[in-house]
Design a protein around this ligand. Structure first.
Ligand code: ATP
Length: 138
């Protein structure tokens, strides 16, 4: 069965949206198999966002992602990677369709980084890599 890594980003935690986000994942039918709230350090974020190193939004992204606790979640189910990305909606919360997490709950706050509430792995390879990073030794 497929697994994905979901993060409730610091904006989602600060806005008390953990429950609403988890409820959407569970209501869709996916199983939560691991869940932990933590503060990510620069080393973990550098590995998590390795593909974005050097992009103009990289430092604002790392600063944002380490600005407060995040909730790391492993969810499981057939095609959960694709399914969660559909639930999350487009990266830019202004453009994300209503009905999605970002479309219903997110907006542009005029910052250098898109504070878009959630992350979801984008491929089976990314999912296994990211689950290993966030849940190593667990
Ligand atoms: P995620 O990987 O978090 O699910 P994504 O796959 O939709 O999001 P990526 O392209 O992987 O988006 O970018 C990772 C994160 O970096 C985005 O979720 C967003 O927070 C931030 N980001 C991406 N592009 C931009 C941009 N052009 N300007 C500001 N922030 C951005």
């Amino acid at each position: 069965v497929e697994r994905t890594l979901i993060l409730v980003k610091p904006d989602g935690v600060a806005r008390n949206l953990i429950g609403q986000i988890l409820a959407r994942v569970e209501a869709k039918g996916y199983r939560i198999v691991a869940l932990e709230q933590r503060i990510a350090d620069a080393d973990l974020l550098a590995q998590h966002y390795a593909e974005h190193v050097g992009k103009p939004f990289y430092q604002p992204l790392v600063d944002f992602m380490s600005s407060g606790p995040v909730v790391a979640i492993v969810a499981e189910g057939h095609r959960v990677i694709e399914g969660f990305r559909a639930l999350a909606g487009a990266t830019d919360p202004t453009r994300a369709q209503p009905g999605t997490i970002r479309g219903d709950l997110g907006r542009d706050w005029g910052l250098k980084v898109q504070q878009n509430l959630v992350h979801g792995s984008d491929s089976p390879e990314s999912a296994e890599r990211e689950i290993g990073l966030w849940f190593s030794g667990r």
